[in-house]
Design a protein around this ligand. Sequence first.
Ligand code: NAI
Ligand code: CS2
Length: 494
Amino acid sequence: MQNVTRLPASAGSGQIRIVHLGLGAFHRAHQAVYLERYRQRSGDDAWGVSSANLRTNVALVDALREAGHRYHVAEYADSEHVTIREIGVIEETHFTGRDKSTDGDGQWGRDREALLSRLASPETCLVTLTVTEKGYFLSPASGELLVDDPMIAADIASPETPCTAPGLLVEALRQRRGAELAPFTVLSCDNMPDNGKRTRDAVVQLAARRDTELAAWIEREVAFPCSMVDRIVPAMTEEDFARLAELGIEDPNAVVGEAFSQWVVEDDFPLGRPAWEADGVEMVADVAPFETMKLRMLNGSHSLLAYLGALDGIETVAEAVGRDDLVALLRRYMLDEAAPTLAMPEGTDLTAYAEQLLARFANDSLRHRLQQIAMDGSQKLPQRWLHGAQARLAVDGDVACTALGVAAWIRYTAGNDLAGQPHAVDDPLAGRLADLHARHGDDVASLVRAFLAVEDVFLPALAAEPRFTEAVVDAYTTLTKQGLDGALAALRRA
Ligand code: NAI
Ligand code: CS2
């Protein structure tokens, strides 16, 4: 018998002080839930949200409008315990992208003017973002703005009709400066290291292409606090919608996630913020240790499962951690390769954190597909594995699990698994990586060297480490010749 708790939404007030860019599953199940809890507890309904999709999914924007911006979040502690919250903090939605499914060849910027006015409005105090790592248009390894990317090039050429998140922020901040309005605070909620600093880098570098004084003003005046966000919210499946329908929730905008949730935020909000500490948001002076811990231990483990599991035909995280040998791999990776690179506040128990992560991964109420996690590997690898590997190599530490992960990622980007079954490689660098397979596929050493020479992913110092290159070559050879079982057995012997 399932234990179902149902919580109705607060009444909307129409007041909007937050604009969110990137109306995906995570925003609906994380930032919106904290705000809903805040509103219900405090009775303060002034922090409503205007939420926008910039690139894809006009259908969601339209469906939310139709539903009066009410939707449900199902939080599964396990298969027996679920809390279903109705959310009422989103007050309006916009779509500024191009969606071929509904828009023919696609016109850019349906609601761009409305979104820019909202961003430039005196009431707007805070802009939050979940636009995925690639939405910042920075080289993942060096942090430089990708000025040759066609979307950034378009925003440089026509800055008053921006398409990208950095472009919209620059234009809105320009308008606020012109109107002598204080700038809003920009809070990235994406899984990037120093996500606030990275967001500032993207915005300032883009602004400098337009007006160096504007760039200097942004650098001086705008707060970009960092944050660590954590809640596993997989993309919805037909099965998820059917499960919710059985509980009486027929909601095309619903999302399913785990019960666990964490949000650690650097406390730097010149125009104010919701007093959301009592709702579980941890306000700290320095987010970096928490962010690095989560990226290397949780996300690093996820990516290991994603590439190794997908190559072996495993579909979900829960299925992968049903295998003892993969759990042993994660324990070794987390405790021997990731944990020693972390500088945590006194009293942090990384062994307990690792065990808590394994328990969360085993939550079989979530169908968290490995193929979803495998997406955008070129944008994820540096912060999840490579920074840690460099730190380990500097002290002559072990990097065997990371090297096996990198080998699996390289093999995964060939576009088929170890049994030859094809899969899509969803990554901004997919074309470049496929080309490397076509040119070097027959020679493992040359293939690995060619991948490690991709400077948007691998810093030259790491690529120049013979111990690392050799470990990746060995792992790749074992993985492709002896399969996942053979690769894990070889690792146990090493
Ligand atoms: P999703 O696929 O549901 O939504 C992705 C969002 O990013 C959409 O709004 C999409 O339009 C937007 N987007 C994608 N590429 C873009 C681009 N180039 N420019 C502007 N917008 C772009 O994904 P979800 O679950 O909402 O995750 C989004 C991000 O949130 C992740 O990449 C991660 O950084 C962060 N996050 C997600 C968690 C999760 O479990 N889903 C947990 C922790 C963080
Ligand atoms: C995952 C994350 O898709 C991925 O790459 O590793 O979205 C992960 O589920 C979240 O960061 C959990 O907070």
